[in-house]
Design a protein around this ligand. Structure first.
Ligand SMILES: [Mg+2]
Length: 102
């Protein structure tokens, strides 16, 4: 599905169900990704069923993130998220170079 079509879909869902419902879905999907991640730790990605579930939950969370980015209409969201990511990645890079605890 094209980006434009996904955004149209997210906005339709938001109109029908509202932000609160989308936040609940985000929370649920994060929980499912956490659960899938624990299975990866227990059984490894070599386990096809575990790997497939992990991939599915990554996709679900990505959809939720894209949905939230679309429907919240937060001012300058892309720039703000990118600044936050830049700050955190530089901090991790510095900690790695300084051999600090991550
Ligand atoms: Mg899911």
């Amino acid at each position: 599905m094209e980006k434009k079509d996904r955004h149209e879909l997210y906005n339709k869902l938001d109109k029908k169900l509202g932000h609160k419902h989308q936040l609940i879905i985000l929370i649920e999907e994060c929980g499912e990704l956490i659960r899938a991640s624990t299975k990866v730790l227990r059984y490894g990605l070599e386990n096809e069923k575990v790997c497939e579930n992990f991939v599915e939950e990554l996709g679900d969370v990505e959809i939720c993130i894209e949905t939230m980015r679309t429907i919240t209409k937060i001012k300058d969201l892309d720039a703000r998220v990118n600044n936050s990511k830049k700050f955190k990645l530089l901090r991790v890079k510095k900690r790695l170079e300084d051999k600090e605890d991550l």
